[in-house]
Ligand binder design. Structure first.
Ligand code: ATP
Length: 132
């Protein structure tokens, strides 16, 4: 028996559906959530995530947000989420190279944090694509 998982982004509800398990990266590391998990609020970084629904595994990239587990449902509020099949690999590789070049050049006005986050997003997308 599964539970209701809702994923919300700034664009609206990404999906709301029944899943059997959800594996996400919390600050304490990867956790697998099953039906009946204790209520919890946690923060989500940039990481792969996967769900299992009637034996089918779906891999996603998620880009920062929060998780709220209640008795009724599990809600993820994230900046962005992409299913593995929707990841544009060429775009992620280009973003990775751009960020790496910026970081290696160390230009005077470089926003290091911004470049590091762009690199992290690209690496997560590529990792999720590899686990398809
Ligand atoms: P880029 O520099 O290529 O725009 P980014 O990491 O700066 O990458 P984001 O700001 O994280 O892009 O995302 C903007 C929107 O584009 C989001 O909706 C995100 O899901 C989507 N997106 C970004 N990169 C990819 C990708 N490689 N494949 C699929 N969707 C992507």
């Amino acid at each position: 028996m599964g539970f209701l998982l809702e994923i919300v982004t700034p664009r609206g509800v990404y999906f709301k559906k029944e899943v059997d398990s959800l594996t996400v990266k919390l600050t304490s590391g990867y956790r697998t959530i099953l039906k009946g998990h204790a209520p919890l609020i946690g923060s989500l970084g940039y990481a792969p995530m996967h769900t299992i629904s009637t034996g089918k595994v779906d891999n996603y990239a998620i880009h920062g947000g929060a998780i709220n587990i209640t008795k009724e449902k599990v809600t993820l509020i994230v900046n962005a989420v992409e299913h593995a099949k929707d990841i544009d690999v060429a775009r992620a590789k280009a973003a990775k190279e751009r960020a790496e070049t910026r970081l290696s050049k160390k230009e005077l006005n470089l926003d290091v944090k911004r470049a590091q986050l762009a690199l992290t997003r690209a690496l997560v997308r590529l990792e999720v694509n590899n686990s398809k």
